[in-house]
Structures are given as C-alpha cells and as structure tokens.
Design a protein around this ligand. Structure first.
Ligand code: NAP
Ligand code: ZN
Length: 346
C-alpha cells in the first residue's frame, strides 16, 4: 500500500512530502487511517541526529490517532470504525520478564519503535506523519469516545510519559509535585498531576506562561531564571518531573527536593547530565529516569484522561507547516503541542 507522508531526508534537513510503502495487513495487524499526529520534541531530536545516526530517510511521528480501516483475521480487540491510537512502540518480544510485566518499553530484546527501528520483517519502521499505518494489534490503543481525537493524539507519548512517573512516584493528595518545563510533556504533567490531587508547581524559564500554567491546574508558578526561586523552594518537593529538552543544573533542582524526594528525568537532551552525589546523600534523595509507559498502562492513562476530560492544548497545523512548527518548538514557542491534520497530506 502506497501512502502520502512527510519525511526527513537526512539529518537536520527540512521535512518534505513523499510517498511511502506500508506492509500488507497480516492476521494480527490493524490498518489505521491516521487522522492526527502530534509533534513530539523527540521527533526533532531524532531528525536532527541529536541521539546519534538514524536510518534516514525517516518519517517521524509517534503520537498517532485515527480510525481502524481494516483488521487481520486474528484481531478481536479492534473493529473497523473504532477510534484508536498508537504511541512510541509497535512491537516487543512479548516473552521477556519486562514484557510479561507490562513494561514492553523496556523489553530485553529492545522494543520496536514506531519509527526508525527494525520492524519484524526487517524493514525500517516509519511513523505517523502519514495517512495510514499498519500496526500489530497488541500495540493499538482504544481512544475513548469522550476525548476529542486531535487533543488525544499527544496523550500517546506526552501523556503516558508524564502519567507513568506521576503514578509510580505517588503523585496524589498531600504530595508536592514540581514540573520543570511547560512544553508538550510539561503541560500534560500539570493537568495529570492536578487531576491526581497533588499540589502542583511549574518551574519555567520565565513567567511568560504563568497565566496558562495556573489555568492548566498548577497551584504555583516560578521562573527558574530568577535565582531567588531556588532559594525560596529549597527542600520543598516530594517529586520533580523534569521535562526539559536541554541540559539543566541537576544539583540546583535536587536541592528543591525534601528528604526522600525524587527527581525523575523524562527530558532526553543530547548532552550528558551530571550531578554531585552530595545532592543525593544529604537528604536521601533519588535521581531517576522513565521512558513512556507500557501498553496496559497507556490504556489506563487514556481512560483516566477521558474520565477527567484531559486532552492536550493543541495548535492544529497542516503538513506544510511542520518545519515551521519544529523551529517554534526549538524556541520554546509551543502552546502546547503541534498536531498535524493528516487530511492535509493528500
Ligand atoms: P517541548 O514541548 O519542547 O518542551 C520542553 C520545554 O522545556 C520547553 O517548552 C521549555 O519550557 C523547556 N526548555 C527548553 N529548552 C530549555 C533550556 N535550554 N533550559 C531550560 N528549559 C528549557 O518538548 P517535549 O515534547 O515536551 O519533550 C521534552 C523532552 O522530553 C525532550 O527531550 C523529549 O525528547 C523528551 N521525551 C522523553 C520521553 C521519555 O519517554 N522519557 C518521551 C517523550 C519526550 P519553558 O519555556 O516552560 O521553560
Ligand atoms: Zn514522544
């Protein structure tokens, strides 16, 4: 099946329209007519080669929602016409301890990423900036009816990436949670942590988005460009979720944690981050990382968001605006997720 898509021809080169080939629908597969695809900062890191060489040309996109167009003979969980989503993974071994534990993202054999990875047939996976995709049914999520489809797209990566650590480290009533960086991940972290009942603080570079932050559910908002912020908030938080796509001063943020507090890094900058162990030792603090979430947990997150009417705040764009959107994300000028209307790919 030949379908329109937007492709990165080489590292750091502008994306351009193209036609790609999708595999035939196997017995366990679902063919999805993609309606919307979110632009994640990870797409930009990948296209720019921040994380090392990539198999260009490459179609990014792992925040995919659409409608089931065809199912294979063995598929029972999804039917033609269903509203579905696909996130950052399209396969894993299914047998290792981590897969069996619902942590497919940490599969010992390596999960199959939605783009830029070796698919089970040996071809390179191509992502969601496209009109159609064929995916193993086990990696297809159900998007509840009550969610606006375009606003649901970013939940498939930004939503689960923030939901998973918030759940794991116990965001809820009585917990003080800080979110560093109010971008795509950050704004969903604020909504979800607030919905879980935590007291939420945004730590943004400036106060430019303060009104938005409070509207999204934050109780407090501080500018990290103001050194007074770090003095004022020392020892304050139980959990800090760092969504920043660039280097931060890890020690300065660790100092904001209470005894037993945890700083979870979900931001994935190209450069290594370093810390002084005394920042941990002095208050039994932890520094952790977290990558997306498992398939069952992703469905749990979608249902959680549907029950609380949480979608992303999006700017819907046409395919020809993708390069401009990339530049705006890099300039921290995103409010708060760009989503591609794939009808504009035809
Ligand atoms: P985004 O929309 O660009 O948001 C990142 C935010 O970080 C910006 O809006 C900005 O917020 C802040 N920021 C950017 N540059 C900064 C700098 N130099 N210093 C301080 N703050 C800065 O990106 P995103 O899509 O949310 O993704 C964020 C990061 O998470 C990326 O590195 C991405 O690859 C990674 N990611 C990881 C996972 C995972 O599984 N762990 C999943 C998805 C994405 P303010 O303007 O409010 O300061
Ligand atoms: Zn992503």
């Amino acid at each position: 099946m030949r379908v329109p898509a937007y492709i990165a021809p080489a590292a750091a080169a502008p994306l351009a329209p193209t036609i790609i080939e999708r595999r035939g629908v196997g017995p366990g597969d679902v063919l999805i007519e993609i309606k919307y695809a979110g632009i994640c900062h990870s797409d930009i890191h990948t296209v720019n080669g921040d994380w090392g060489p990539q198999p260009y040309p490459l179609v990014p996109g792992h925040e995919i929602v659409g409608i089931v167009a065809e199912v294979g003979a063995d598929v029972t969980a999804h039917r033609v016409g269903d509203r579905v989503g696909v996130g950052c993974m399209v396969g894993s071994c299914g047998r290792c301890a981590d897969c069996r534990n619902g942590d497919e993202q940490y599969c010992r054999e390596g999960m199959i990423p939605t783009y830029g990875g070796a698919d089970r047939d040996g071809t390179i996976t191509q992502g969601g900036y496209s009109t159609h995709i064929v995916v193993d049914a086990g990696f297809v999520l159900s998007v509840p009816e009550s969610l606006d489809l375009a606003a649901a797209a970013p939940l498939l990566c930004a939503g689960i990436t923030t939901y998973s650590p918030l759940r794991r480290w116990g965001a809820g009533p009585g917990k003080k949670v800080a979110v560093v960086g109010l971008g795509g991940l950050g704004h969903l972290a604020v909504k979800i942590a607030h919905a879980m009942g935590a007291e939420v603080t945004v730590l943004s570079q400036s106060l430019k988005k303060q009104e938005d932050g409070l509207r999204l559910g934050a109780d407090h908002y501080h500018a990290t460009s103001d050194p007074g912020t770090f003095a004022q908030l020392t020892g304050r938080f139980d959990l800090i979720v760092n969504t920043v796509s660039a280097r931060i001063d890890v020690d300065a943020y660790l100092a904001l944690l209470a005894v037993d507090g945890t700083l979870v890094n979900v931001g994935a900058p190209a450069e290594p981050l370093s810390l002084n162990v005394f920042s941990l030792i002095g208050a039994r603090r932890s520094y952790a990382g977290s990558m997306i979430g498992g398939i069952a947990e992703t469905q749990e997150m979608l249902d959680f968001c549907a029950a609380r009417n949480i979608g992303a705040d999006i700017e819907l764009i046409s395919a020809e605006q993708i390069n401009e959107a990339y530049a705006r994300v890099l300039a921290s000028d995103v409010r708060y997720r760009f989503v591609i209307d794939t009808a504009t790919l035809y």
